[in-house]
Every structure is written in structure tokens, then in C-alpha cells.
Design a protein around this ligand. Structure first.
Ligand SMILES: [Zn+2]
Length: 169
């Protein structure tokens, strides 16, 4: 197990498109990155998600766990997802987001309110998740990291929708 250093903006690796994983050929890598994602998330109190590229692993893996967060409505517990894709997204809402890779800023970001996501589990089983609200937002935020997109890329206005962080929870 390993708590990994999280890359900070503007590290160029955060802007890269991550590669897809193969359940068989990449089995050892998937197992290691899954554990590193869990250990790293657990080392940040209040953290609800991390993407592999933030750990300098350029592969399509994310972890999300909104259990116990005050904004949580729908909750699937701890999810480690391999090759996740959005198969359906509906609605839109603007809400505040933060990111371990941009620790001193938050921003108002417009995202879908309801999503369906297909992926594989860390052991290669197919997974489909339908969720909404804060959990949907967290999944979409982490999925963006796999395509080199940061929340600052999604704000309507850099002058009015970006804020210096006052608290870290
Ligand atoms: Zn992030």
C-alpha cells in the first residue's frame, strides 16, 4: 500500500489523455493503482475522489466515495472504476467544486445532475452506476481528469466563478 504524492496544477501530466486498461494484460497495474487510490484518498480527510493521472499514473482509473459527506443524496459507497464512460447525462446545475490538484481555489462548475456510467471493477467485472446530485458531480469531475480536463476548464467565467479557498473541508 502507498499514499502517493498528488500532482499539482499546472503539472503537464494533468493535461494528458490517459490510456485505457486491459483487464488481463494490466491486472497487476490495476491492482496496484486501485490500492494507491484508496490509500491516497484516505490520507485526505473529507476527500471524495481521486483520479489515477493525479498520482502520475496515466491510466483510466478513478476512485469516488461520497459516504457521509454533507452534500450527498445518492450514495454507492466506495467505487474504484476502470475505463469509466458516461452513457447518459441529463439536467444541469451549477455548484462549487474543489480539487486536490488545485488546492487553493474552488469554482462554480456547471454539470449534469443525473448520470449513468459504465465501467469495469478493479477485478474486471462490468459495472453500471446510475446516480444523481453530488455523487454524479464527483464522478464527472474524476472522469474529466482522464481526459486532461480540470474544473477550471469548465467554469463559465474565470473572473466571477473562481474563488480563493477559505476552508479545507
Ligand atoms: Zn480533481
Amino acid at each position: 500500500m502507498a499514499v502517493r504524492k498528488v500532482l499539482l496544477y499546472p503539472h503537464p501530466a494533468l493535461k494528458a489523455v490517459a490510456r485505457e486498461l486491459a483487464a488481463d494484460a494490466d491486472a497487476a497495474l490495476i491492482e496496484r493503482v486501485a490500492q494507491d487510490l484508496k490509500d491516497t484518498m484516505a490520507s485526505y480527510p473529507g476527500c471524495v475522489g481521486v483520479a489515477a493521472p493525479q498520482l502520475d499514473e496515466p491510466v483510466r482509473m478513478i476512485i469516488v466515495d461520497v459516504t457521509g459527506h454533507r452534500k450527498t443524496t445518492s450514495c454507492h459507497g466506495l467505487m474504484v472504476l476502470v475505463n469509466p464512460t458516461v452513457v447518459r447525462a441529463q439536467g444541469q446545475e451549477v455548484a462549487r467544486e474543489g480539487c486536490l490538484s488545485i488546492p487553493h481555489l474552488t469554482a462554480n462548475v456547471r454539470r449534469a445532475t443525473t448520470v449513468a456510467i459504465q465501467a469495469q471493477s478493479a477485478t474486471g467485472d462490468p459495472v453500471e452506476i446510475e446516480t444523481e446530485g453530488f455523487e454524479a458531480r464527483c464522478l464527472l469531475h474524476e472522469l474529466d481528469h482522464l481526459d486532461g480536463i480540470l474544473f477550471l476548464d469548465r467554469v463559465d467565467s474565470l473572473s466571477t466563478d473562481v474563488f480563493r479557498r477559505k476552508t479545507y473541508r
